[in-house]
Design a protein around this ligand. Sequence first.
Ligand SMILES: Cc1ncc(COP(=O)(O)O)c(C=O)c1O
Length: 385
Amino acid sequence: MVYLDNNATTPLDAAVAETMAAFLREHFGNPSSLYPIGRQVKEMINTARESVARSMGAGKAEITFTGSGTESDNQAILGVCEALPDKREFVTSTVEHPAVQETAAYLEKKGYAVKYVPVDAFGLLDLDALRDAVTSRTALVSIMHANNEIGTIQPIEDVSRIAHDHGVLVHTDAVQTFGKIPLDVEALGIDLLTVSAHKIYGPKGVGALYVRKGTPIRPIIHGGHQERGLRAGTENTAGIVGFGEAARLLRDRIGPDRERLAALGERLRAGIQSRIPKVRMNGHPERRIKSTLSVSFLGLEAEAVLLALATKGIYVSTGSACSEDSDEVSHVLTAIGLRPEFARSTVRMSLGRFNTDEDVEIVLGVLPEIVAKLRKISAFDTEEW
Ligand SMILES: Cc1ncc(COP(=O)(O)O)c(C=O)c1O
């Protein structure tokens, strides 16, 4: 198997799996219980919290564990809006993950004025349009750090500066940068930041939200006093402990992983461009997570490429993993100006920690022939593209 869908989810690191298995065997206590087997689990959760906090330069008390990156996005946006009821505007971009996009749509239904800041052909945010969009009535600005489909990295430091000039809070969805490039909440200048464990070789079903000390926020899930009252419900203890271990591993891995994967991504990109005619690489050439490739194979349906690769044991995705079961054209590819037929021909390949040079060679060995064969039987007139 050659797994090239690491932006959708990553394999569990063996060290994380081992930590979780040992935890599940030995610890069943409820962290809210006051006797030793509960206190011990609470302590382990706090060790994980420390580890996640450290991985982004945050304070331990600024990290709340949630059930997913999606929940963290919802909590950040709805939680801040509810805490600032007099502010009825929300600013975001046209290329956000559905976790933010659909939360914005929900706010619109609730009567909020939602402003969608456009991006350029590389997927970079229009900072002048952002400046025009933010007002003193804005409750929150939410702009993703790196895009999950095309990898473009937004200038979040500038976004923070612009919003803060108006006294407005800033949230960033950093699910696709966490573990890929070093994160520092101070340098980014943001007030809230979303991450998810299963994109950093940790378990699925656990996320975290960084909330800068003093930020006004209300819970969206009500019940017990877990997570200092911000996220009720008995904690996903094994998931959190696994998340802590995955974040701890980043300390040694992020540098070497980043360099190696950028080089691998570059080799894959160059190989595709030199061996296959009529391809288009999407995303910013420089300001991009280099291990994410968004490739349009002009004249083809992306599903056909995906399925042909899958028969060879190579797993990629079409556009974004989250829209795989829908016929809709990716809103991200539309936002960067791709015509629908180009968008429908787009495949995403995302490399991760466990990919090797050999994986890239295997893909480059079979892809040109697959594309050539499919183009022969394609209903589209490829000469026109
Ligand atoms: C940018 C971004 N935000 C949020 C999410 C959602 O995270 P989770 O799967 O933990 O809900 C994803 C997952 O694909 C993502 O890529």
